[in-house]
Structure formats: structure tokens, C-alpha cells
Design a protein around this ligand. Structure first.
Ligand SMILES: *Cc1c(COP(=O)(O)O)cnc(C)c1O
Length: 224
């Protein structure tokens, strides 16, 4: 399948999900997760109208950043070792995996731009051992600590739902993240507008959109 065909199908699903939940489909941005695919396939996604590219390894991110045209908005979506921060800061617009103060400190040290880096705090809503991210209960104290870092802006929360056969089972996870996001937003913290929700992947993005996702991260069903 071409990326264009896949995108058309996904956009239709998003539109329908927005209709069902009374949302505006312009508020849902698609991040094409290109971690498994070539530069050529990534370029095909950009030519099909995608502006947001996501990678979970610094090597992959740098390669795509240096090779594609159209200057996409680059998102780092995987767990990030502090020592890799210096390699990727010049390329990224968003970080989806902020989960510890030591990482915030490193970003503070390396970030060059006068505007802060747009970050999602990653939350392990489902509590699975294998997933990274903060427990829901740790999230607000963590974000309060982050206000000391002028290089960081908490634009929202991110989660990965468990992989399940029936995507409907992920709904409580997405709902819980949205409630937490609204709690943080209501605090009106400096550097933490927290208006965005990064949730939903190939398997579960329709449910995520119904529950308020503003960024969905799609790999296999878009570019795979
Ligand atoms: C790989 C990955 C995705 C995309 O996964 P698909 O199931 O291929 O859509 C989304 N988010 C993160 C954090 C990932 O690592």
C-alpha cells in the first residue's frame, strides 16, 4: 500500500471518531512513526502530506533529519538516555518521553533555543512493568518540579496503552490520561500549559481519538 492510501484510510477513521465524540478533526495531528522504515518511505509520507515524523532512536532520528526534504517537525518518542540528548536537541521540536529530573537537567544544559523544548511527560497509566513513564500519582509532583527548568515546557501527557486484541479495552487507560491532563492544566503552572494528549498507535488510535488524543503516533498501519 502507498502511504497516501493508508493516510486516506486513517484520516477517514479519525474524521468518523471525531464526529462520534464531538471533536474537530483538525485538533488531531498524525505523527508518522518511521522507526522501521527507510528514508525513501519517510519521504513518501512527507510527500503525501505528513508534517510530523516520530523516531525512537537517536541514530534513526538524525538520519531522517539529515536526509529528508520538506523540513518535517521531528518528535522523539522513545526512552531517551541522558547522554544522547546533546545529539538530538538541534533536530527535535517535541520530546514525548520526559520521565525523570536527570533528563530535564540534561535538556536544560543542552537546549540552545530561546523558546523552551515542547515536552510530553510520559505516564505509565496501565502500570505494566515493561513500560516506562511515571505512575499517575507521581505525575503532578514531577511536573511541579519541572517548573524550575526554563528550557522545558510541558505541553501535555503521553502514554502507551497495553497491546490487546480488542482495542476497546484500552479506553480506560486513555480516559485516565485525559483526566490527569485536565488536572495538570487546571493548575496553570508556569511552563506547563498541558493542553495536549499524545496517545494512540496503529492498534488503538481510533479509541484514543474518541478519548481526546491530540497527537497520535502511527507506524505500521501508515508507513509499515
Ligand atoms: C513504535 C511506536 C509507535 C508506533 O507503533 P505502531 O504500532 O507501529 O503504530 C508509537 N509510539 C511509540 C512510543 C513507539 O515506540
Amino acid at each position: 500500500m502507498t502511504v497516501k492510501d493508508n493516510l486516506h484510510k486513517i484520516q477517514k477513521e479519525i474524521n468518523a471518531a471525531c464526529q462520534r465524540s464531538g471533536r474537530n478533526s483538525d485538533d488531531v495531528k498524525i505523527i508518522a512513526v518511521t522507526k522501521y522504515v527507510t528514508v525513501e518511505r519517510t519521504q513518501e509520507a512527507l510527500d503525501a502530506g505528513i508534517n510530523h515524523i516520530g523516531e525512537n532512536r537517536s541514530e534513526g532520528l538524525i538520519k531522517k533529519a539529515q536526509s529528508v526534504e520538506n523540513e518535517p517537525i521531528l518528535h522523539f518518542i522513545g526512552s531517551l538516555q541522558s547522554k544522547k540528548v546533546k545529539n538530538i536537541v538541534e533536530h527535535i521540536s517535541y520530546l514525548h518521553s520526559l520521565d525523570r529530573l536527570s533528563l530535564a537537567e540534561e535538556i536544560q544544559k543542552r537546549w540552545q533555543s530561546s523558546d523552551p523544548l515542547k515536552c510530553f511527560v510520559q505516564v505509565n497509566v496501565s502500570g505494566e512493568e515493561s513500560k516506562s513513564g511515571l505512575n499517575p500519582g507521581e505525575t503532578i509532583p514531577f511536573i511541579q518540579e519541572l517548573t524550575q527548568f526554563s528550557a522545558i515546557q510541558v505541553v501535555g501527557l503521553m502514554t502507551m496503552a497495553p497491546f490487546v486484541e480488542n482495542s476497546e479495552e484500552t479506553r480506560p487507560v486513555f480516559k485516565k490520561l485525559r483526566i490527569l491532563q485536565q488536572e495538570v492544566q487546571a493548575l496553570s503552572l508556569k511552563n506547563a500549559p498541558c493542553t495536549e494528549l499524545s496517545m494512540g498507535m496503529s492498534n488503538d488510535y481510533i479509541v484514543a481519538v474518541e478519548e481526546g488524543a491530540t497527537f497520535i503516533r502511527i507506524g505500521s498501519s501508515l508507513v509499515g
